[in-house]
Design a protein around this ligand. Sequence first.
Ligand code: PAF
Length: 281
Amino acid sequence: MQIHSPIPDLRLALRKRGRVVFVPTMGNLHAGHIALMTAARTHGDTVVASIFVNRLQFGPSDDFDLYPRTLQEDCDKLAAAGVDLLFAPTESDLYPEPQQYHVEPPESQNQLDGEFRPGHFRGVATVVLKLFNIVQPQAALFGKKDYQQLMVLRNMTRQLALPIEIIGGETVRADDGLALSSRNGYLSAAERAEAPRLQRLLQHIGTAIGAGETDFARLERDATAELDQHGWKTDYVAVRRQADLQLPEAGGKHALVVLAASRLGAARLIDNLEIDLPDGR
Ligand code: PAF
C-alpha cells in the first residue's frame, strides 16, 4: 500500500488508476471501517482510503484532542484489507491557510445531530468536498451508522452535481448489538456492558411500529426515559422518514428510520435502525 501526505504526491500516484473508489475516515479503524474497504474493492479498480481527524467538524466542547490517533495500526489494517493508497495529510497539507470557504448544509439538517452539534455537518461537508476534489474518485463509501452524515453527503453530491456515486455501508456490530465506533473506546467496562441497551431500544421501537404502533412520540419518550434511568444523557430518540429525515405525517406511507444519540460516561453514542414496513403503512 502506498502512503501519501502532500496533495501533489497523491495526485501523481492516482494517474491512470481506472475507477477510483474512496473511503474517507478519521482513523482508529475498526471492523466497520474494514468492511467499507472490502466493499469498496467490489465497486472499482483502485481503493483509496484517507485518515484525517478534521478539526472543522468538532465543536469547542467536543473530543478533538482526545480523539484516538493510531496511524501505525491503521496502516497495517488497511494494507491487510488490500487498500491500494492511503492519503494521510497533515493539518497543514489540508488546511495550509485558514479555511474560509465552507459548504453550508441546508436548514433542514439543523436537527438531530445538526441541533446538538452545531457546525458539525458544515465541517464534515467542507472536508469531504475538499477530499473529493483532491482524490477525484468515481465512487465513495460512508457507513450507515452516521445516517444523517450519509444523507448530508448524498444530498451535497447530488445538488453540487459531483460525478461521484455515494454508497452506504451497513453498520457492523459487536455480538451484543453495539454498533462499532471509535468512541466505544471511551467506555469503562461497566459502561461497555450497558451500551447495547441503545440498539435494544431501537429494536423495540422498530418491533412496536411493525406491529402497528403509531404514537411515535410516546415510543421516543419511553426510550429516552429508560436510557436516562440507566445513567445515559440523551440528546434525541427520533422516528423519522428514511427519505429526508423529516417528521412522518400521521397515517403517511413512509419507510421510517429511528435514530438516537445519547451520552454514556465520556462517550456520545449514536445508532439507528431502518424500519421498512412491508405493507407501506
Ligand atoms: O465519518 C467520519 O469518519 C468523518 O465524519 C468523515 C466522513 C471522514 C469526514 O471527516
